[in-house]
Write a protein that binds this ligand. Sequence first.
Ligand code: HEM
Length: 419
Amino acid sequence: MTPDHSRRNFLTRTALAIAVTPFAQLATSSTANATPVQPGIEPFRGKHQGGIATPMQSSTYFIAFDMDDTAKREDLTKLLQAWTDAAATMCAGPAQFDAKADHNQPSGESGATVGIPASRLTITFGFGATLFEKEGKDRYALAKQRPEALVDMPRFAGDQLVSERTGGDLSIQACADDPQVVEYAVRILVKLAIGTASMRWAQMGFSGGFKPGETGRNQMGFKDGTINVPTQNQTEMNKFVWVGKEGPAWMQNGSYMVIRPIRISLEHWDAMKTSFQEETVGRQKASGAPIGKQHEFDKLNLDATDTAGNPVTTENSHAAMSAPENNDGAQILRRAFSFDNGITRIAERWPPWRQLMTFDAGLLFQCYQQDPRTGFIKLFAKMAQIDMLNQFTTHTGGGLFACPPGTKPGGYIGEALFM
Ligand code: HEM
């Protein structure tokens, strides 16, 4: 069977197998995507892609793809159409078994989410720099449209990026309040790519313990996400997150996404005194309040000194290093999840430099911004050198992806790029 044939075959079956409920169809017709139309359903179509301004879900599955050598521009646009349609259907409601399907034929999909609600599923697509030009080749006649902001990422101090967890021509991120829903969504989209694009790297993530209106804790035990671009404030979102008229027309209302799997030496961190942990983060562990303040949302006072004249918030603590006040006002929309891939062998970076099994766990750091040069790159260049947190963290992979705007009914993701 040729790859092309298998893809057509699957598409037909997918269309049969994923039948949405009337309730879910109602949701697909929406064009706004700020708030769910129905509880548990995030609209897929809209001005912006879902999964950016959407309130955090508890599970994620990120996956990056390489285009296959044989794929042509037409294969790419067909894939984007198929992905868009499948994503719109999956976000709209639970899959159902087709009772009339021939049981002597492969069903084309697992049925793993039959009866499971959409669980606020969002699917966000991105284009890597190599889609536009790879090793000097303009494979899809897109090189001239590569946005200036889609830069080649610089190498930062301490980077230990491995190619098996870095880059990619295309990216997909599924987020939902159910791990099975995100895993299912990615499997469906991977099947649609067969013959056009192949899996390059992937990472699942979780963000546990969230209560509405409260900041969740990361694996280090600190509240993470206290200070962020307010997603309901359009002025701030337009200033820091959404691409505006300064960008190419096909990217307007889209955003640039930086993703970095960052391993955290959890065992090392847990052995530290709480006071040292607080100095490192630059915030109090229990409340999330700035050092010397009482409440989580009290303003960081970066100029305050103690009786000996030392800064109350250590100058190279993580909070001080990342604060807009210390970075010419730079801000990013953070949307990070934790990950835990089990255990792995590692050589410790601290005395007595043991070699042993440790958790292969950490933060799937992710942020959206209008331009990575004034967002992540601006912030992280200095942080990578002297942030106290670096004693416990190692960036092991990553990518930068241009996430185009959302789609109208009938349209497909990134359509304006190909016109
Ligand atoms: C494992 C790695 C990381 C951990 C555990 C971590 C954790 C935290 C924590 C606990 C806070 C304070 C609470 C809050 O405001 O949310 C914070 C703030 C922040 N972090 Fe990170 N972070 C990590 C990596 C990064 C990286 C790579 C960046 C890249 C730019 C970054 C950017 C920021 C920013 C911008 C803030 C808000 C600062 C402010 O506006 O006051 N973080 N992070």
